[in-house]
Design a protein around this ligand. Structure first.
Ligand code: ADP
Ligand code: MG
Length: 635
C-alpha cells in the first residue's frame, strides 16, 4: 500500500509515494525502449471502457447515477499546441481515495509477478512489457507527466491525481464542475509527437480497441467528432465478420492476458435458454492458476450489460483457466449477487458451457495431438481437479485426460493405454511421485521395464485425490506399481530366462528371508522375495490395504499423518548381494544372525533412501555402514 509522506503535505493536496512495486514498474517502463509504445492507448481505453461498464451496472439499481449524461462514451482529444493527448470517459469515475489506491498500487497479481520477473533480468526484456501489459502505468512510456481528473458517479466533489512517474504522485481537490467520469491528460514526452496525429490515433484504436462496445470518438482539430470503432459488442457480431486479430485483442482486454488464445469458442445458443458465449483457452499459464481461491475468470453480461466478473456459478473451478464472456438473454437486468446463487438459468448455462468446452477439447485431442499436449501441460493438473470434484463429468474428463508414461515419449490417453496393454495385462499400472524424474528411477519399475509393460506416471498432486475415487477405466482397475504383491509372470514379454535356482539355493533364500523378518520384525510388515526387481537389491512397497507410499509421504509433510506406516521389504533373489547373504546364512546357520544384524538394517535403510526418505536413525545408519566397510576392507 502507498503511504502518505506527511512532511510533504501542502495546503492544496498531498504527496504520496508509489507502492514499491509500482515504483519499480515505472522504472522499467521509463527505461524501456519498447517499440510498441502505442499499446498505452489500448490500456487507457480498456480502463475507460471498464469504467463505463461498471457505471452501467450500478445504474441498474440507481438510475440517478446516469443523470444528465446517459450516453456512455470515450473521447480522445489531441492538442498539438499544448502537446497533450487526453483520454476521457463518462463512466464510474474515482473518488480521491480511489485515485490514491488504484493509481498508486498494482491491481493485478499478474502485473506484480511480471515486475518480479523483469526486475531480475536487467534491461533485455523490453518485449515482456508488450506481452504482459502494464495497465495504467503504460501512460509513462510516452508521457513525462500525467494528470488524471475524476469525479465518481453520484459524488459532489472531484479530485486530481498528478505524477511525473518518478517515485511519487500528488492528489488534490478538483473544480466542482468537473464532469462525471475520468479524464487522463498525457503531457507527451519529447519524440512522441506522432501520438497527436489523427491518422496514427485512428489506426491504433482500430487495431487494438475496435471491439470496445461503446463509441470511441476522436476530436479533430476543428472540433469535429470522428467515431473510430465499430462500438458494438464484439460477441454480438457474426463470426465471419470478426478477424483473428480482433478476437485476440478482445481476449487481451477481457482476460487480462497478453498471449495468443489456444482455443476460441464463439457461439450463440438458442432455444429455451438463450445466451452467447465468447470463451478463450489461453496459450500459456496465467499467474494465478494455482492460487488457493481458484477464482473463475468469465464475465457475465445480461443483454450486453456487464453484470459481474465474480460469478462463482458460471463455471466450475476446474475450468478457471478459461477467459471470456457469457451474455444471457434470460436473466433479469437487475439480477443481484444473491439471485445469481443457485439460479436455475445460470445452472443451465453452466452445464451448456461445460459440455461445449469438453466437447471442443475432445475434438482437439483427436485432431491436433501436439497442440493438445501443450494445452494439457498447461492446464491438465487443473482439469484433473474435476475428476475428483465432479461426478457428472468424471467420465468425460477421464476421456480427455493424458499422462506421461514409462513406455513412450509424450502423453498417452487412458483409452490408448488400455488399447495397447501388454499380453496378459489386466490392470492399468501407475506409479505416483513428486515428479517424472523422481519416479522414473524407481526400482519398483524394473520388472515392468524388463517385461515391456507401460506404467503411467501420476506426478501431479491432484492425482492423489482422484485416483482413490476412480477404481477403473473401461473395466480395467488402476493398480499402483508400489503397492501390494505384484505378479507379472504372465504379463508382457518374458525376459531372458535365468537358470532355475537349485533347491539348495531356494532353501538358503528362505532362511535369509526368515532371518531378515526376525531381525526387522518391528520395522516392517513383511520381508519377501520380489517380483518387481531385476537390478536393485531391495525396495519397499506398501501393504495391500495401505495407502500408496507417495500419498502417505505427502500427508506426513502436511502433518496429516504422524508416524510412517510400516512397509514390505522386498529382496531381489537374483542380486549378487542377496545371493551372497543367503549363502552365508546357509553356511553358518543361526551363528550368522549376529553378523547379519547390521546388514539387515542397512538393507532396510537403503530401501528407504531409494524412496527419498531419510533413515529414521541416521547416526546408527552411519555407524553400521562404517563397520561393514571396515570389515570388508579387513577381510
Ligand atoms: P487494471 O485495469 O488491470 O485493473 P490498471 O493499471 O489499468 O489495471 O488500472 C488500475 C485501476 O485504476 C483499475 O482497476 C481501476 O480501478 C482504476 N482506473 C483506471 N482507469 C480508470 C478510469 N478511466 N475510470 C475509473 N477507474 C479507473
Ligand atoms: Mg487496465
Amino acid at each position: 500500500m502507498s503511504t502518505a509522506a506527511d512532511e510533504n503535505t501542502t495546503k492544496t493536496g498531498e504527496t504520496y509515494d508509489f507502492q514499491a512495486e509500482v515504483a519499480r514498474l515505472l522504472d522499467i517502463v521509463a527505461r524501456s525502449l519498447y517499440s510498441d509504445k502505442e499499446i498505452f492507448l489500448r490500456e487507457l481505453v480498456s480502463n475507460a471502457s471498464d469504467a463505463c461498464d461498471k457505471l452501467r451496472y450500478e445504474a441498474l439499481t440507481d438510475a440517478t447515477l446516469l443523470d444528465g449524461d446517459g450516453d456512455l462514451k470515450i473521447t480522445i482529444t489531441a492538442n498539438p499546441k499544448a502537446r497533450t493527448l487526453t483520454i476521457a470517459d463518462n463512466g464510474i469515475g474515482m473518488s480521491q481515495q480511489e485515485l490514491v489506491d488504484n493509481l498508486g498500487t498494482i491491481a493485478h497479481s499478474g502485473t506484480a509477478a511480471f515486475v518480479e520477473q523483469i526486475g531480475q533480468s536487467e534491461g533485455s526484456d523490453n518485449n515482456l512489457i508488450g506481452q504482459f501489459g502494464v495497465g495504467f502505468y503504460a501512460a509513462f512510456m510516452v508521457a513525462d507527466k500525467v494528470t488524471v481528473t475524476s469525479r465518481r458517479a453520484g459524488a459532489d466533489d472531484a479530485a486530481q491525481w498528478e505524477s511525473d512517474g518518478k517515485g511519487s504522485f500528488t492528489v488534490t481537490a478538483a473544480a466542482a464542475d468537473t464532469p462525471r467520469g475520468t479524464e487522463v491528460v498525457l503531457h507527451l514526452a519529447k519524440g512522441e509527437k506522432e501520438f497527436l496525429e489523427a491518422a496514427r490515433l485512428s489506426h491504433i484504436i482500430k487495431t487494438y480497441s475496435d471491439h470496445i462496445a461503446i463509441p470511441i470518438n476522436l476530436v479533430g482539430e476543428e472540433g469535429a467528432l470522428e467515431q473510430l470503432n465499430a462500438a458494438s459488442a464484439l460477441w454480438s457480431r457474426p463470426r465471419n465478420e470478426i478477424s483473428e486479430e480482433q478476437y485476440t485483442e478482445f481476449y487481451h482486454h477481457v482476460g487480462h492476458m497478453f498471449d495468443d488464445p489456444w482455443l476460441t469458442l464463439h457461439n450463440r445458443v438458442e432455444g429455451k435458454i438463450e445466451y452467447t458465449n465468447l470463451l478463450f483457452v489461453p496459450g500459456s499459464q496465467p499467474f494465478d492458476l494455482f492460487q488457493s481461491e481458484r477464482k473463475t475468470n468469465v464475465k457475465l453480461y445480461v443483454r450486453r450489460v456487464f453484470i459481474t466478473d465474480d460469478c462463482e456459478d458460471l463455471l466450475p473451478a476446474w475450468l478457471r483457466f478459461v477467459r471470456g464472456i457469457v451474455d444471457s438473454e434470460d436473466l433479469p437486468l437487475n439480477v443481484s449477487r444473491e439471485m445469481l446463487q443457485h439460479n436455475p438459468v445460470l445452472a443451465k448455462i453452466r452445464s451448456g458451457l461445460v459440455k461445449r468446452i469438453l466437447g471442443e477439447l475432445k475434438k482437439k485431442a483427436k485432431k491436433d495431438s501436439e497442440g493438445y499436449a501443450a494445452f494439457w501441460n498447461n492446464f491438465g493438473a487443473v482439469v484433473k481437479e474435476g475428476i475428483y470434484e465432479s461426478g457428472d463429468y468424471r467420465d468425460d474428463l477421464l476421456a480427455i485426460a493424458q499422462f506421461r508414461s514409462t513406455g513412450q515419449e509424450g502423453l498417452i490417453s487412458l483409452a490408448d493405454y488400455v488399447a495397447n496393454m501388454a499380453e496378459g495385462q489386466e490392470d492399468i499400472y501407475y506409479i505416483s511421485g513428486e515428479s517424472a524424474e523422481a519416479v522414473l528411477t524407481s526400482p519398483q519399475l524394473e520388472a515392468f521395464r524388463a517385461r515391456n509393460i507401460n506404467v503411467l506416471l501420476m506426478v501431479d498432486p491432484v492425482d492423489e485425490f482422484w485416483l482413490p475415487m476412480v477404481n477403473e477405466f473401461e473395466g480395467k482397475p488402476f493398480r499402483s506399481a508400489t503397492r501390494g504383491d505384484i505378479n507379472l509372470e504372465t504379463v508382457g514379454t518374458a525376459p531372458e530366462a535365468d537358470d532355475e535356482p537349485t533347491p539348495a539355493a531356494n532353501n538358503a533364500l528362505s532362511s535369509l528371508t526368515a532371518l531378515l523378518k526376525l531381525t526387522l520384525a518391528d520395522a516392517v510388515i513383511d520381508v519377501r522375495e520380489s517380483n518387481r526387481l531385476t537390478d536393485s537389491a531391495v525396495c519397499l512397497v506398501a501393504g495391500d490395504d495401505d495407502m500408496d507410499m507417495h500419498i502417505e509421504r505427502l500427508l506426513r509433510q502436511h502433518k496429516q499423518v504422524d508416524v510412517a506406516a510400516k512397509r514390505v521389504l522386498e529382496i531381489n533373489p537374483k542380486h549378487p548381494l542377496i545371493r551372497h547373504l543367503a549363502d552365508t546364512v546357509a553356511e553358518k546357520g543361526s551363528e550368522a544372525s549376529d553378523e547379519l544384524d547390521d546388514v539387515a538394517w542397512l538393507l532396510l535403510d537403503q530401501a528407504r533412501i531409494i524412496e527419498g526418505e531419510t533413515p529414521p536413525d541416521p547416526a546408527a545408519f552411519a555407524r553400521r555402514m562404517a563397520d561393514v566397510i571396515t570389515k570388508g576392507l579387513a577381510g
